[in-house]
Structure formats: C-alpha cells, structure tokens
Write a protein that binds this ligand. Structure first.
Ligand code: NDP
Length: 495
C-alpha cells in the first residue's frame, strides 16, 4: 500500500522552514545554521529548521521570565486551566496535522500517532489543566513557647519555580513535550523547550496553537538546536528548573551541569533496560501477544519497553518459537504507510548504533530471529529476538532502545528477582501471571519506578512515573510533579 496523502497544511508547514518560536512568533535569524529534518522512512530531507543563536536563546528566556512575572502570574489558576483545556481542544481539532508532522520526522507509525500519541497528549493536557486550581499548601500550629499569651500559626505556600527549561528526546516528542509544557504552565511556571534536533516539528506547531488557545506570548517558547542549546539553557541564570528526558549519559551530564549552574532544580527521566518476567503458568499466546504489543512498538524506541525477557524454563521454547514466527510476518513499511506493521528507526545515528548491536549478536550467534538490516531506503532493521549467554550477558545490561529483545530462562523466583534487579537501571518492570498473589509478593522485591502486572509500558496521567537507580530523579504525573515545579514557602506568624 502507498503512503497517505499529506494535508496541504502539513506541506505548507514543511515548505516554510520554521525557525524558533519565541515570544509568540517565529523568529528567522539571518546566517542561522540550518538543521536538516530527515524522514527516516526514506532518508530524505523533509525540511530545515534554523538553529537558535545564543542571543535568541537569551531572548526566549527573557520572554519566559517576563511572562512569568507578568501575564502568566496575573492569570488566575482557573484561567490557566481554561487556556490549557483550550489548547487540548485545538490539538483535537488539528489532530491529523499533528499526527502527520510527528510521524514524518520520527518514523513512528501514523497509526500510533493518530491513536495514541495525539489523543493521549490531549488526555494528559486536560489532566494537568485540572491541577491548576488544586495546588495548595497546608496549615500547621507551631509549638513555640508562649510567655505573655501570644499564639502562633503557620502555613505553607506552593510557589512556581519560575522559568523551566524543558529538554526532550526524539521518540515521543509531541507527548513528552506536552508533559513538560503542561506541568510547567499549570503550576504557574513558564517554559522554554528545546526539542530533539531530529523531531522539532510537532512542538513548533503546538507553540502556535498555544497562542491561539490564549496562553500569553512568552509563556511557551521553542528553541531549535542541538545539545549545546540545551547546555546554554541549563547554564542560564534565569532558568529555575530543568526538566530533562533522554539517555542516561546525557542525563548525568545535565544533572551535574544544573547543580553547577545555580543549584538549579532538575528532574531527569532517563533510559531503562526493563525486565519482563513470564511465570510458569502464563499462556503462550497471551505472552506472545503481550510482547508484540509492548517490546516492538515504535521499533522498541520506548523508554519503558521491555528489553529483557525472563521466561520460566517450562515455557521459554514455546514462547520464543511463536514469537519468532509472528515477528517474521510483520509487514515492514514507512511511517506514512497505513498497512505497515513495523517501521524505521528514528534517525541515522540510532540506526548505526542498532546495526552495531546486531553485528555483535550475529558474530556471537545469539540471534533467534531477525538480526539484519532491511534493504530499502531509510533506516530499517528486522525486529530481532536474541538469546542471552547467561545472566551476565552484556545484552542484558546495555539499553539498545531498539527492536532487540533478549531472552533468558529462569527456574525459581529468587533467581528471577536477582536477575531482574541486576541492572544499573530501574525505570519499569512487569510480571505476567494468572497467580495474583505471586505477583503481589514479587512487586516489593523489584527495583523499578513502575511495576506492571499482565501489562507493560502503559502510562496514565494519574499514575506517577519515573525511575530509580540510574533511570532518573523525580516523578512526572499524579500529584507528584507539583513538588518538582513549585517551591514550598513556609510562613509563620505570632499574634
Ligand atoms: P539524548 O540524551 O541523546 O538527548 C535528549 C535531549 O537532550 C535531546 O534534545 C538532545 O538534543 C539533548 N542534549 C544532548 N546533549 C545535551 C547536553 N549536553 N546538554 C543538554 N541537552 C543535551 O536522548 P535521545 O534523544 O537519544 O533519546 C533516547 C533516550 O531517551 C533513551 O535512552 C531513552 O530511554 C530515553 N527516554 C526516557 C524516557 C523516560 O521518560 N524515562 C522517555 C523517552 C526516552 P539533540 O537530540 O538535539 O542532540
């Protein structure tokens, strides 16, 4: 089947070679370095975006600071929520355009952007909008001595941290961008986002829609560029908080830079090497379906996706055989081909990294199925299943962030828990079984920010999300995010 027709508005957007979006408008700077935005389904250039200059990044932070102290500070919590809900309405009204922009540059299936990323961005946005009117402190009674009948009272206030620098990766740039934008704006902060250089398009369009929704100019700014632009934001004296999602090495550098800059608050949502455990009672077909739905979605480029499968020895052969058979039948195709079931990797650098992993797996004869690049234009590889050479195999340690899943059998639960926890990461983990009491006993023993039972990877705005160990610092969603975007001020009085 051929690719879907692009909307005229998408074509216009691409033809306009957008600059950064600062203080409510696109800014084109003469002599700006142009960054190619490449379509990973074809390896051809879709458009170019202008990298922001240092002066423009300063301008974006200044606009955000002005809005923080001015228009956004003067917008009541209720009206902040109204503006975010209007933005959600506009995302719904422009859903197909946003889906196309996101899929084109990320290589993510158009099904996934239409059915998950765009609608879920709306769900998250409305959830965060609801918090605007519910952020509050507490009252308390101090026990200080009273010599002449004086009394004391105290209360706390939650105050917005100021200008947030949001730095986002390329895998779900629209949705992860919305998480940061909505968290910041609902708490009364303003934000400058630096999207991944590979996928800036959908967030630029979101910034336009935010102005249309009534978010004051300057409250949301998008600056295009590579990691050095992220560094400039982190080092900026007027940035009060950094919210970063990306890889562990970059995250560690970001965390250190933020602390060095100004003891700047920082939230880090980093990578994982997430284990999924299939206990002895699991039905083979259900296990295979679950693995297909979670490990290979968006070609495995999902931070919480399972990359390590621990399968009870009694089921491992049957599950691997069936899984390999199903993976071999997936139709490979570009992001805009509605009939495709498996698409490209998101960019050339990542494709090269995945090819190196595959070469190693082939050399060591670990491949159960897949393991090869697909010979067509673009960045395609086969969905791959490999067997681990024992519990210390490097394939069980290194995040591939691709469609490479490693499997190892286990015999008993103590061994299972030890192997699941033998990782520097701790983002997510899952247990698949019909024996709920067994699963519930395993939950406290697993070192992960989220443990799923008979599911994996699903996120909901009401449920806090974040990593333990090297997978990050802080939590998004639920009410937990409020702690990260506000400072607690204590007020004490004598009367
Ligand atoms: P990177 O860490 O390479 O980049 C993330 C962002 O940081 C990009 O915008 C990047 O810009 C920017 N950046 C790069 N270097 C610096 C620097 N020195 N200072 C400031 N910013 C910098 O991650 P990827 O984009 O490759 O994303 C994949 C990773 O993200 C995986 O490890 C994955 O697990 C993780 N991830 C975690 C999630 C979570 O919620 N825990 C969710 C999604 C992904 P540019 O791309 O322009 O270089």
């Amino acid at each position: 089947m051929s690719d879907i027709q692009l909307l005229p508005s998408v074509q216009r957007f691409l033809d306009n070679t957008p600059g950064s979006f600062v203080d409510g408008r696109y800014v084109s700077e003469s002599n700006a370095e142009q960054i190619d935005v490449v379509d990973p389904s074809t390896a051809s250039v879709l458009t170019r975006v202008a990298q922001a200059s240092e002066a423009l990044v300063d301008e974006a932070v200044a606009a955000a600071k002005k809005a923080f102290h001015g228009t956004w500070a003067n917008t009541s919590p209720y009206l902040r929520g109204v503006a975010l809900n209007r933005l959600a309405d506009l995302i719904e009204a422009n859903a197909e355009e946003l889906a196309q922009l996101e899929s084109l540059s990320s290589g993510k299936s158009i099904h996934l952007t239409r059915q998950l990323e765009v609608p879920q961005s709306v769900v998250f946005l409305r959830y965060f909008a609801g918090w605007a009117t519910k952020i509050h402190g507490q009252t308390m009674t101090p026990s200080l001595p009273s010599f002449q009948g004086e009394q004391y009272a105290a209360f706390t206030r939650r105050e917005a941290v100021g200008v947030v620098a949001g730095i986002t990766p390329w895998n779900f740039s629209l949705m992860i961008g919305i998480w940061k934008i909505a968290s910041a704006l609902t708490c009364g902060c303003t934000i400058v986002v630096k999207p991944s250089e590979f996928t800036p398009l959908s967030l630029l369009r979101i910034a336009e829609l935010a102005v249309e929704a009534g978010v004051p100019t300057g409250a949301l700014n998008i600056v295009n560029g590579r990691g050095d632009i992220g560094q400039q934001l982190i080092n900026h004296k007027d940035v009060g908080k950094v919210s970063f999602t990306g890889s562990v090495p970059t995250g560690i550098a970001v965390g250190k830079a933020a602390l060095n800059a100004n003891l700047t608050r920082v939230t880090l949502e980093l990578g994982g090497k997430n284990p999924a455990a299939f206990l002895a009672d699991i039905d083979v077909d259900a296990a295979v379906e679950g693995i297909l739905q979670t490990a290979y979605v968006h070609q495995g480029q999902v931070c919480a996706a399972p990359e390590r499968l621990y399968i009870h020895r009694s089921k491992v052969d049957a599950i691997c055989a069936k899984l390999a058979e199903r993976l071999g039948t997936l139709k490979v195709g570009g992001a805009m081909d509605e009939s495709a079931q498996f698409g490209p990797l998101a960019n050339k650098a990542h494709y090269d990294k995945i090819l190196a992993f595959l070469a190693r797996a082939n050399e060591r004869q670990q491949v159960i199925c897949g393991g090869q690049p697909v010979s067509r234009a673009g960045y395609f590889v086969q969905p791959t299943l490999i067997k681990a050479e024992g519990e210390h195999d490097p394939f069980l340690q290194e995040e591939t962030f691709g469609p490479i899943v490693t499997v190892l059998p286990f015999d008993d639960e103590d061994e299972l828990v030890r192997m699941m926890n033998d990782s520097p990461f701790g983002l997510g983990a899952s247990v698949w079984t019909n024996d709920l009491s067994k699963a519930m006993r395993l939950v406290p023993r697993i070192e992960a920010g989220t443990v799923w039972i008979n599911m994996h990877t699903f996120l909901d705005p009401a449920v806090p999300f974040g990593g333990v160990k090297s997978s990050g610092v802080g939590r998004e969603f639920g009410s937990a995010f409020i702690d990260d975007y506000t400072e607690l001020k204590s007020v004490m009085m004598r009367f």
